[in-house]
Design a protein around this ligand. Structure first.
Ligand SMILES: O=C(O)CCC(=O)C(=O)O
Length: 348
């Protein structure tokens, strides 16, 4: 807890037993096969914009084949950092149970130092061979929540080599979550900030075994190297926040829209400034908590959510975040051959 408080990240060895990790890995594979078109659609929106997605789907939903072709032909090599699928828990009771477990929700409550914790989202990150770097970003810049009490557990589904040995687990700008001056003096959303001069030590979790995890604070800057190997790097990130946090209102800037598909199911029901409490933001800790979301009936709601996401996500997309196209101002390591630890300009 002290390490987390000071650095904004921590590693937990053997968080999950081997059997639980391989069962999770199989379930994630199954869900990805079933819902791949959601991931493809999100990637087209984020990297090529709403208009491109709308053109691809002007008559009917584009097939995975068509979406894959658009990504392959219309983007430079290495521009896609990973494929991403949100909220596996909504269609998998098994995954939901795991996120509510003492290992996940209990650890999140301990790290945040709170008694009641809600699940914000989960996200599968499939970094395929040749996929580019995950840009420097902080998770809270993509969440419409007005809080500092937010933590993400990053759980690889297989052994991952240390970043110095060619692995692509997360690298953290240690202590950046406590750099109030960064946002205070350089927080103009119109001007990206060059964080390379701020002296953050870059740290990572070293080599990780399946079942190990790293945890990072919602404001800590982090990134990941391109996948230079020949097997996919597969991981799940599960984000939690302290119950009582409110939906953002009246902010100087709005959150980055990369994760828009994830929150569209509850955003319309929670007024800005009100506590972010919703069945799609279930209370997962303490264990006897009630009123959490249920995976039952979720298929209809998810389909509706992604339709609404497609209509409601405005702008050109790809303005940065962890997986955006970048705007030439951030992430010097663009492209699969980018330097793994290169600092670029980041939006804090
Ligand atoms: O796995 C990745 O490359 C990105 C994960 C990430 O940014 C996160 O867990 O917040």
């Amino acid at each position: 807890m002290l390490e987390f408080e000071r650095t904004g990240h921590v590693r937990t060895r053997k968080l999950l037993p081997g059997a639980a990790t391989s069962a999770l890995s199989k379930e994630v594979d199954r869900l990805y096969t079933e819902r791949e078109s959601e991931a493809l659609r999100q990637k087209v929106r984020v990297l090529l914009g709403d208009d491109r997605l709308a053109r691809a789907e002007h008559k009917s939903a584009a097939s995975p084949h068509v979406l894959r072709r658009i990504l392959r032909e219309e983007l430079p090599e290495g521009a896609v950092p990973f494929m991403q699928l949100f909220n596996l828990w909504r269609t998998s009771p098994m995954v939901h149970e795991l996120w509510r477990s003492p290992a996940l929700a209990g650890t999140a409550a301990s790290l945040l130092g709170v008694e009641r914790v809600r699940l914000y989202q989960d996200s599968y990150f499939l970094k395929r061979p040749g996929d580019g770097p995950t840009h420097w970003h902080s998770d809270l810049s993509m969440a419409p929540l007005d809080t500092n009490s937010f933590v993400t557990c990053w759980l690889p589904l297989h052994d991952v080599a240390a970043p110095d040995d060619g692995g692509s687990s997360l690298v953290f700008a240690s202590g950046s979550h406590r750099d109030v001056a960064l946002n205070f003096w350089h927080g103009d959303p119109r001007r990206p900030v060059d964080a390379s001069t701020r002296g953050y030590p870059l740290r990572d979790g070293g080599a990780l075994r399946a079942g190990d995890a790293t945890w990072h604070h919602g404001w800590v800057l982090h990134s990941a190297a391109p996948n230079m190997g020949d097997v996919p790097r597969r991981a799940v990130a599960v984000s939690f926040y302290a119950d009582g946090a409110s939906r953002l209102q009246g902010a100087l800037r709005s959150q980055h829209d990369e994760d828009a598909e994830s929150c569209v199911a509850w955003l319309g029901d929670v007024r800005p400034g009100r506590a972010a409490r919703h069945r799609w933001l279930p209370l997962v800790w303490p264990p006897d908590a009630t009123g959490g979301g249920s995976a039952r009936g979720s298929v209809g709601s998810c389909a509706e959510a992604s339709t609404r996401a497609r209509r409601s996500v405005g702008g050109a997309g790809g303005r940065g975040g962890r997986g955006g196209a970048g705007d030439g101002k951030r992430g010097r390591g663009g492209g699969a051959r980018g330097r793994r630890r290169a600092w670029g300009k980041v939006e804090p």
